[in-house]
Write a protein that binds this ligand. Structure first.
Ligand SMILES: Cc1ncc(COP(=O)(O)O)c(C=O)c1O
Length: 443
């Protein structure tokens, strides 16, 4: 008997009792390799001594001070740290407690920016289908997972969706990746024109699509064209790097690999590595200056923003990542993971695609490799895969609806940045066995 409204009410969840490095142990003593970092959160693994020490030290001095009365040294240091390593032009940070809050803040800051610039008619947000930006009403409205939006549709703000970059399924056989990217960017520009260029607030996109498509990066040149189009129409580019950011793809920010800088960027998950709930909105000086020279206040706040304990955790995570050169490990082990996955699953009769960047890899399952026909959603293959993996002591992040929100199955891997080759081998071996088990008896 539980008094918690769990995610699945009729599911019995094991009790997570302790964690160490890449492993979580349950109350019955079973061990699970955390190959998904929960949901791409636990970038340093569990119980990292330096993060725990920094948090204890913060608790010994100050646990909480409301941001309408005080700032704190630790929040200031974290903001300095994030700005020092941010994409070009980003000079300020707004702290929140998670990814959805970061996206909400981005939407509201973007709107307030235009109001203060004397462009109050700008009201439309454009995003992409098959994306996830969070679960609160604004973030849900922007997201492109139809099944999740449907029940709440009457409560959602008007948003417009264009095609995602989904090369495996949508790039034409004779089309080059560049031409495909240009076609998609043209679609965005056509949507902006349709709505009226000076009516659009922002275009929102995950730099590498996470849970909805399964680690799908953009094709080369796509984001450069998107950046140009946004600039031409005065539309803000909001990148959601809640899942793919903070080192997960091998660079601190995923957009570094696309050669662009956004106007606003949402980060969370790996920022605090799961040691405390924290997210942040990073902003260009031009956005900050407009508000600073205008009303002087962003009309948005939360009680727990800039929480000192969460900031201490996030600052320690950033420092450990740099001290231990973990981005180099993400690149090296990410390349090794991709290679091992392709060796084990690349010719698997029910694996259509292996893709990703760094320690952010996705595997798409198909009933037929030739036609790319997905499995019947009634088979709930992704749910069964999660179960099979857990039974083998492996945490992975499978999801359904990959193709169109209903059909399709993929599994996402996001292991901690501390993995070594031996652990990668074990992850691939157990995942391979779990995929063999569910596809051997798909019905
Ligand atoms: C890309 C992206 N944006 C936003 C969110 C929402 O973050 P949170 O669950 O912390 O509110 C998520 C969560 O998975 C995400 O993957």
């Amino acid at each position: 008997m539980t008094h918690i409204l769990h995610r699945q009410i009729d599911h019995r969840y094991p009790i997570a009792a302790s964690g160490q490095g890449a492993v979580i142990r349950d109350a019955a003593g079973r061990e699970y390799i955390d190959a998904s970092g929960g949901a791409a959160v636990s970038c340093l693994g569990h119980s990292h001594p330096d993060v725990l020490a920094a948090m204890r030290a913060q608790l010994d001095t100050l646990a909480y001070a409301h941001t309408s009365f005080f700032t704190t040294q630790v929040a200031e240091e974290l903001a300095d740290d994030l700005v020092a390593h941010a994409p070009a032009g980003i000079g300020h940070v707004f702290f929140v407690s998670g990814g959805s809050e970061a996206v909400e803040a981005a939407l509201k800051l973007a709107r307030q920016y235009f109001v203060e610039r004397g462009e109050p008619q700008r009201r439309y947000v454009i995003a992409r289908r098959q994306s996830y930006h969070g679960i609160t009403l604004g973030a849900l409205a922007v997201g492109g997972r139809e099944w999740q939006r449907q029940k709440f549709a009457p409560l959602l703000i008007e948003t417009h969706h264009v095609s995602p970059v989904y090369e495996y399924r949508d790039r034409g056989v004779t089309e080059t990746p560049q031409a495909y990217g240009e076609r998609l960017a043209d679609e965005l520009e056509a949507k902006i024109d349709e709505l009226g260029g000076d009516n659009v607030i922002a275009f929102v996109a995950e730099t590498v699509v996470g849970a909805t498509l399964g680690a799908v990066p953009a094709v080369p040149g796509y984001f450069k064209r998107v950046r140009e189009i946004c600039d031409r129409h005065g539309v803000l580019l909001i990148l959601d790097e809640v899942m793919c950011g903070m080192g997960r793809t091998g660079t601190l920010h995923a957009c570094e690999q696309d050669g662009i800088s956004p106007d606003l960027m949402a980060i969370a998950k790996g920022l605090g590595g799961g040691y405390a709930p924290i997210g942040a909105l990073l902003m260009q000086d031009s956005v900050f200056d407009t508000i600073a020279d205008g009303s002087g206040a962003f009309q948005h706040s939360h009680t727990f923003m800039g929480h000192p304990l969460a900031c201490a955790a996030a600052l320690a995570v950033q420092r450990v990542m740099r001290r231990d050169d973990l981005l180099a490990n993400v690149k090296a082990q990410g390349a090794y993971l991709a290679r091992r996955l392709k060796e084990r699953l690349g010719n698997h009769p029910f694996v259509g695609d292996v893709r990703g960047r760094g320690l952010f890899q996705g595997i798409e399952l198909v009933a037929d490799r030739g036609s790319k026909e997905p499995f019947d959603p009634k088979l709930k293959l992704n749910a069964r895969l999660k179960h099979e993996a857990m039974a083998r002591g492996l945490m992975v992040y499978p999801m359904g609806g990959t193709v169109d929100g209903v059909r399709g199955d993929h599994v996402l891997l996001a292991p901690p940045f501390i993995v070594d080759a031996a652990l990668v081998d074990t992850i691939v071996e157990r995942l391979g066995e779990a995929i063999d088990a569910v596809t051997a008896r798909p019905g």
